[in-house]
Design a protein around this ligand. Structure first.
Ligand SMILES: Cc1cc2nc3c(=O)[nH]c(=O)nc-3n(C[C@H](O)[C@H](O)[C@H](O)COP(=O)(O)OP(=O)(O)OC[C@H]3O[C@@H](n4cnc5c(N)ncnc54)[C@H](O)[C@@H]3O)c2cc1C
Length: 329
């Protein structure tokens, strides 16, 4: 028999894991349901290296989990090429945010595995290999936390307006201690490319708000050969879905991570957004008003960012937009 202390979290990405850990610590019986056979997300996208601004230790204090072990600082090695030219001024803007790299996927060194180990220790119960369906959604208890990330179905089932982005990625092995973080802006697609390394993985991605032009991909490969001194051969395409705006509550459910539309607004860091919103989703179970206030505080900058894009005043991140994220005591 279900009790009000039973909570279901759907999706074992960073948002779902942080929500589950926090709820378990609040005394709930937490089940985390994940469609893949193990933690580490969509196998077609990983192992990968992501980069994101992190307020260390502000973010870790806020979510109640010290994730320092899963991140490596990449501010010092950061390079930003705009239109093919190294622009130190851009490095200064991004650098002020405190850039970090983190590994994603199912290897023991990934952020996903790190959070999984903590969740297991706290006593979160996992149901792997179990896809949450539209029928499950209709039967789900009020307050179920949904964190299904970039995958498409849930948006349609919930009736959430969303957009699709596309990209190509490749990876290769490198020396375990090698850390890199390079952005290529204004040269290929309507968004950007990046090259990041840590834990022996060198990961490159060309990302676009529309499908990537094959000529852009060819150009990106050439630039990587020139600037990174490496060729990347096995490219894989991906499509991801994101909502058109942020929301914490929808119908009777609580949303977190990508599904909630939470990204760090200065840079668009989804990892930081997922970690932070996992905490807010757990808060929404016990203190919904406070959680909504917190959610709005962190997402006001995202709304400003979307408005800037719509008004075509540029994609450039501003420190101002990110300020609240870097002051999270
Ligand atoms: C190729 C790529 C590169 C990226 N690079 C960066 C980067 O450099 N920096 C950055 O900050 N962000 C980056 N992102 C975005 C980042 O990965 C996301 O913001 C982050 O993973 C969001 O976390 P989440 O927990 O919301 O979702 P996810 O990490 O996507 O986790 C969702 C989980 O839900 C599971 N799931 C989905 N549907 C169901 C279902 N029906 N039933 C049960 N389980 C389900 C999935 O298997 C997955 O494990 C990148 C994303 C991609 C795809």
């Amino acid at each position: 028999m279900k009790s009000s202390k039973d909570k279901l979290v759907v999706g074992a990405g960073p948002a779902g894991l942080v929500a589950a850990i926090n709820l378990k610590r609040e005394g709930f019986n937490v089940i985390l349901q994940e469609k893949q056979a193990r933690v580490g997300g969509e196998p077609g996208w990983h192992p990968s290296v992501h980069t994101t601004p992190v307020d260390d230790p502000g973010l870790y204090d806020y979510i109640g989990i010290n994730c320092a072990e899963a991140f490596v600082d990449s501010t010092d090695v950061l390079k930003v090429f705009v239109g093919g030219k190294d622009v130190p001024g851009m490095k200064n803007v991004f650098g002020k945010l405190g850039m970090k790299n983190t590994e994603r996927g199912d290897r023991p060194t990934s952020l996903d595995s790190f959070l999984f180990r903590i969740a297991e220790k706290e006593g979160v119960e996992f149901e792997f290999g179990k896809t949450f369906t539209q029928d499950d959604l209709e039967r789900a208890a009020k307050g179920t936390i949904l964190t299904t990330g970039l995958t498409p179905g849930m948006y349609d089932w919930l009736g959430i307006d969303h957009t699709v982005f596309a990209g190509y990625w490749a990876n290769t092995e490198t020396e375990p201690g090698f850390v890199s973080n390079t952005f290529y802006l204004g040269q290929f697609s309507n968004e950007y490319g990046y090259a990041c390394a840590m834990n022996g993985i060198w990961y490159v991605l060309l990302f676009a708000r529309r499908d990537v032009d094959p000529q852009d991909l060819e150009k990106f490969r050439g630039v990587l050969a020139e600037k990174e001194g490496r060729t990347f051969d096995k490219w894989r395409r991906f499509l991801g879905h994101t909502p058109k705006g942020p929301r914490l509550f929808h119908r009777d459910f609580i949303l977190a991570g990508t599904l909630a539309g939470v990204v760090e607004p200065a840079f668009g860091g989804g990892i930081t957004g997922a970690l932070l919103s996992g905490k807010i989703a757990a808060m929404a179970v016990t203190e919904p008003d406070r959680a909504l206030t917190e959610f709005k505080r962190f997402t006001d900058g995202i709304i400003a960012h979307i408005a800037r894009k719509k008004a075509k005043v540029g994609y450039a991140p501003t420190i101002q937009m990110g300020k609240v994220w870097f002051d999270v005591k």
